[in-house]
Write a protein that binds this ligand. Structure first.
Ligand code: PMP
Length: 403
């Protein structure tokens, strides 16, 4: 390294010393799959096994990323429209396929309009910044894309305690004493928190937003497609007309890529004019649009989410009966371990027993709260769940986290 410049090697060495260095692992053989078989040619990346394995590590919650109908919809979009949109939607990248997906999303989210972005990340940063709030209230465990949106918005940001409406109300109260009368406030929260598996108290947040004349924005990245009519927690709770901005991703249960914002006509018109991540970015690729639209149709018309919830219930019950502490109240099942090395060891043993589920360590979660994130899919059957439970029981005893 030269004596000038950013000295990135030193920064990487510091990561190494602290055990925080991450690497990319080619995982095409496990990504999005319920199970995978070893490649007879012995290829594959770091996520490689000699034995077949069950995958409990994907956000492809409805198992649609490998659904033939979704794959065909992507192919049709490629042949009918092209592999890429070719330009920003505002230039020549707009297609009737994009419009159709946005109509379907708005119907499912029960809003006037929806707008798709090139990712959920882009949807969050672009939307929060474009609203230009004077003051932001953000849950302490909100996703990084919300945090970055708050930074970009250049507004006073107040972080309230995780899922704590009392703390939010107290912070709104104290801000009200110093705020100018015409200030615009935005409260923003994830609905399902993906590392803790818990769910924001949305009704209480709506009440606080209404009391203080603030807008409420809800990130449904981990919930879209899993509740009523393919909607998220906002729909389950019957809050479609009380949440001002509903945001989500197309990349998890909807098995594709891209993000969306759903809300009123003026909100969407404003975003398509002012959200820089929309205006200055190429339109979402047509195969991603086609796949998401078909996945949304399936999520709305079929009972895949019911199958997921049955699997979730059996898994949670089995893990708790075995003696594990399972956090949360959603389809994401974080199995609490505590010590970071122990979490890695347990995940390794679970993997030896044929189940892939990743350890989650600091800085993603606080020190002493390392865990294994078990993410079932609608395509797991009863035998898969039994095999997963057996792997956790045997591995837990082997590393001493179970008696
Ligand atoms: N919000 C939340 C809560 C997320 O978990 C994610 C993705 N991990 C995003 C936003 C970003 O979505 P995308 O992957 O589509 O960029």
């Amino acid at each position: 390294m030269t004596e000038y410049g950013f000295d990135l090697r030193r920064r990487l060495e510091a990561r190494d010393r602290n055990g925080l260095r991450r690497d990319l692992e080619p995982a095409e053989r496990v990504a999005s799959r319920t199970r995978f078989a070893p490649d007879p040619r012995g290829r594959g990346g770091a996520v490689d096994f000699d034995e077949p394995a069950l995958v409990f590590a994907s956000n492809n919650y409805l198992g649609l990323a490998r659904d033939r109908r979704v794959q065909r919809a992507a192919e049709r979009a490629i042949h009918g429209v092209g592999t890429g949109a070719g330009a920003s939607r505002l230039v020549t990248g707009d297609t009737s396929l994009h419009r159709a997906l946005e109509r379907d999303l708005a119907a499912c989210k029960r809003t006037e309009r929806a707008l798709v972005f090139s990712s959920g990340y882009a949807a969050n940063v672009g939307t929060i910044a474009a609203l230009e709030p004077d003051r932001l209230f953000s849950d302490a465990l909100n996703h990084a894309s919300i945090i970055d949106g708050c930074r970009l918005a250049d507004a006073e940001t107040v972080v309230y305690d995780h899922c704590d409406p009392d703390d939010l109300a107290a912070k709104c109260d104290s801000a009200a004493t110093e705020a100018a009368p015409d200030e615009q406030w935005l409260i923003v929260t994830d609905s399902v928190f993906s590392m803790d598996g818990d769910v924001a108290p949305l009704e209480a947040l709506c009440e606080i937003a209404e009391t203080y004349g603030a807008w409420l924005m809800v990130d449904e990245a981990h919930a879209t497609g899993l509740f009523d009519d393919g909607g998220g927690v906002v729909q389950r709770e019957g809050l479609s007309d009380r949440v001002d901005v509903q945001m989500g991703t197309l990349s998890k249960a909807l098995a594709s890529q891209g993000g969306y914002v759903a809300g009123s006509e003026p909100l969407v018109e404003h975003l398509l004019n002012d959200a820089r991540s929309f205006v200055y970015s190429t339109g979402l690729a047509p195969p991603a649009v086609g796949a998401a639209r078909e996945a949304l149709r399936i999520a709305r018309e079929e009972d895949r989410a019911d199958r997921l919830w049955e699997t979730v219930e059996r898994l949670r019950e089995g893990l708790e009966t075995a003696g594990y502490v399972v956090l949360g109240e959603s389809h994401v099942l974080p199995v609490l371990v505590g010590d970071r090395e122990l979490a890695v060891e347990l995940a390794g043993r679970v993997r030896d027993h044929g189940v892939v589920a990743p350890p989650i360590r600091p800085p993603t979660v606080p020190e002493g709260e390392s865990r294994i994130r078990v993410a079932p899919m609608a395509t797991h059957d009863r035998d898969d769940v039994d095999a997963c439970l057996e792997a956790f029981e045997e591995a837990g005893r082997a590393v001493g986290v179970l008696p």
